[in-house]
Design a protein. Structure first.
Length: 574
């Protein structure tokens, strides 16, 4: 019987595929169940999914009973479906992206094997698994890993049609997955940019895509629009039927403000045009940039010799350019370009001789990081003032944190010594697997209370009693998600002044009612100094207010906002 290593080094498609999927699944699933949703985005998507299941209302995402217009619903549908199937939200919320990550690895492998050979395919998939940004997003409940998967499927369909000639069905499937990407996060159309280099090379060499680059290609948008219509038509018809101001505002926001306006005139995350090239790609896409620089002559020759590699790299460059032109930038925006870059990189570099400069550079970087970890661990163990200051907003107990860092750095150093004769990529793989295994288990457990307001919300519930009612001002979704009691809020989207005025009226209309507000909020209707400090969560002190803290006068709100969430506190049983 072949060993695991022999199977993995085989040239047989399936003998390599199963070990590859086993490794991928292990990396992607480790840590599920060890943590709850963490800010910035995870609590929002998870609370929306929870409310979908609780209210059995799936067409319009809702956050705390208020419509959530920032993103289309597909990602929240996926979390909600897993929650409904499993019945445990803490297990369910990370599963959709883990599966999307696994599918993306398979697509890169399968495409590499079809375009070139199994060895290139295996190396491309493993290279993708080494890149920090891929695992960070595939192991999180943010929307970007899922849209990366749909965009990769869109590219897969176009490549199967144009480069492999596998039939028009793949072309139209590629467009269909673009549509799914659009209703996941508006940029799902990005595979369309691949048509630019395809047309250029097709015009240059008319035999290259003979019979595949025809007027029939213009029917592709029909498949895209058909998928979008599955969500868009029911949504618009429902809005027109009910015609409430809230639903009309939801429709206009998600169709216009969150798409074209957000790209052209972004209102946050403003970064310079070179942000991705300087602040993201060198570090979050490691080691790919170092490989391309080290083997630049080989890269140039391969691009000249192989149109497929050139088309893939031009598409990657166009995606980066597309996001660089928008004033609003986040490092995750360019994630969809990563799978095709890993595939092209493997096609160019598989079989190349070892470059000593690259080996020494990577070795030096790994040792430098190991030493930094060791020093941080020692400083945390002795409670050094600088470490205490850095973590003062989170915790003052560094003992267990230091144990994790010291263990990780020690194992890291031992591994680097044991693998000193292995090539750099194997050492990177060891460090990556070790780090993710410890962080996704031990690390998650240590950070759970720090990264959630669970303890704060339970203290509030214990203080005000079971019969009390709780209101929130200027809150984040995690304060609803982790509340063991029902909550009322006064519109997440309304200005703080309007939230405050509505809260003032709400307190006066009932008995045994309380407000929870961040201490940094400037209020004109309440005396914060007389409230009770309930503790710190997410770098804010939270103050509990009652009718006794109201000032004598408060302006009448321009409009009444009041949203109630009946919440059993699904984490109370832990």
């Amino acid at each position: 019987m072949q060993s695991f290593r022999d199977r993995f080094n085989s040239d047989d498609y399936y003998q390599v595929l199963w070990p590859l999927l086993f490794i991928s699944l292990g990396l992607l699933l480790v840590g599920i169940g060890f943590r709850s949703p963490w800010p910035a985005d995870e609590p929002r998507f998870v609370e929306v999914a929870r409310e979908m299941v609780a209210a059995n209302q799936w067409l319009f995402p809702m956050r705390g009973g208020e419509y959530y217009p920032d993103k289309p619903p597909v990602f929240m549908w996926a979390i909600a479906a897993c929650y409904k199937l499993i019945g445990d939200l803490k297990l369910a919320f990370l599963i959709p992206n883990a599966l999307c990550g696994l599918l993306t690895v398979f697509l890169v492998y399968d495409l590499g094997a079809r375009l070139w050979n199994v060895r290139i395919a295996r190396n491309a998939a493993l290279l993708l698994l080494l890149v920090p940004q891929f695992l960070i997003q595939a192991k999180a409940a943010q929307i970007d890993a899922m849209v990366m998967c749909w965009i990769t499927l869109g590219c897969y369909g176009l490549v199967r049609h144009f480069m492999l000639g596998d039939g028009w069905r793949w072309y139209f499937l590629g467009w269909a997955f673009m549509g799914l990407g659009v209703i996941t996060k508006g940029v799902g159309f990005l595979p369309l940019l691949m048509m630019i280099p395809i047309i250029i090379y097709g015009l240059k060499d008319k035999q290259l895509f003979a019979g595949r680059l025809t007027w029939r290609c213009l029917l592709g948008p029909v498949a895209l629009l058909s998928v979008i219509a599955c969500w868009l038509i029911p949504m618009v018809l429902t809005v027109q039927s009910l015609n409430t101001p809230e639903l009309v505002a939801y429709q206009n926001n998600i169709l216009f403000k969150q798409t074209g306006e957000r790209y052209v005139n972004s209102w946050h995350h403003i970064k310079p045009w070179y942000f991705f090239m300087v602040s993201v790609i060198p570090w979050l896409w490691f080691p790919i940039p170092f490989l391309l620089i080290t083997y630049w002559r080989t890269v140039v020759n391969k691009v000249k010799a192989d149109p497929i590699i050139a088309i893939l790299l031009i598409w990657v460059a166009l995606v980066i350019l597309f996001f660089s032109l928008s004033p609003g930038k986040r490092n995750v925006y360019i994630l969809p370009a990563l799978p095709m870059l890993a595939l092209a990189c493997s096609a160019m570099l598989t079989g190349q001789t070892i470059n000593r400069w690259f080996e020494r550079l990577v070795s030096a970087l790994l040792w430098l990081l190991a030493m930094i970890l060791l020093v941080v661990g020692i400083f945390a163990f002795i409670h050094h003032p600088k470490i205490l200051k850095k973590l003062a907003d989170y915790t003052n107990d560094l003992t267990h944190f230091s144990y994790l860092i010291l263990t990780l750095s020690t194992l890291w150093i031992v591994g680097l010594i044991a693998l000193r004769k292995q090539v750099a990529l194997i050492r990177i793989a060891f460090v990556s697997a070790l780090s993710w295994s410890l962080i996704s288990t031990w690390g998650y457990s240590l950070l759970e209370d720090i990264r959630t307001p669970k303890s704060l919300m339970h203290d509030v519930a214990a203080h005000i009693g079971e019969d009390a009612e709780l209101g929130l001002i200027k809150f984040k979704e995690q304060f609803i998600l982790f509340s063991p009691m029902s909550v009322t809020h006064f519109s997440y989207l309304a200005p703080v002044e309007e939230q405050e005025r509505n809260a003032y009226q709400w307190l006066q209309e009932g008995t045994n009612r309380y407000l929870l507000v961040p201490s940094s909020t400037e209020l004109s209707c309440f005396d914060l100094s007389g409230g009770k400090n309930m503790g710190t969560a997410h770098r804010e002190d939270w103050i509990l207010l009652s009718v006794a803290n109201e000032l004598q006068t408060c302006q009448t709100p321009k409009r009444q906002y009041r949203y109630f969430t009946e919440h059993p506190g699904y984490w109370m049983h832990e």
